[in-house]
Write a protein that binds this ligand. Structure first.
Ligand code: ZN
Length: 140
């Protein structure tokens, strides 16, 4: 099971963060947090905070980015839902044992120093699903 502790964020694919800042900041009125480059996913990401939830605007930083491919096929819009989990490696092993299709069998580095992994949308009711485990600060 995924056993989410919370919805961590919602990912939204955009052609240009700058183009949509007006909407997110002045129409929606969400709190802008930061822009971060995530080279492992070839994206530039803008974060908006709404309570404990974040919106993650994903702009391709390279034409070979999966976000660029997504926008080409489906246009801009909602891309994925991310759930906060404990012990992401154990969650992935358990899901794999249950026959759930995984895009990432091992976690990889994501934004905010989180470890992330994606499930295949064919195994997650048509919604691309991300697991993320926040970094453990102050350990040891
Ligand atoms: Zn995400």
């Amino acid at each position: 099971m995924i056993k989410p502790k919370a919805v961590n964020h919602i990912g939204i694919a955009v052609t240009s963060i700058d183009k949509h800042r007006e909407y997110y900041e002045n129409v929606l009125g969400a709190e802008f947090e930061a822009i971060e480059e995530v080279p492992s996913q070839k994206v530039r990401v803008a974060f908006y905070k709404i309570g404990e939830l974040r919106l993650e605007l994903l702009e391709p930083s390279d034409p070979t980015s999966t976000i660029a491919t997504f926008i080409e096929k489906r246009g801009e819009g909602m891309h994925h839902v991310a759930y906060t989990v404990d012990d992401i490696e154990a969650r992935l092993a358990d899901l794999k044992a249950r026959g759930v299709r995984l895009i990432d069998e091992q976690p990889r580095p994501g934004a905010h120093h989180m470890q992330i992994a994606f499930l295949h949308p064919k195994s997650s009711a048509g919604v691309l699903t991300e697991l993320c485990e926040p970094p453990k600060f102050g350990a040891g």
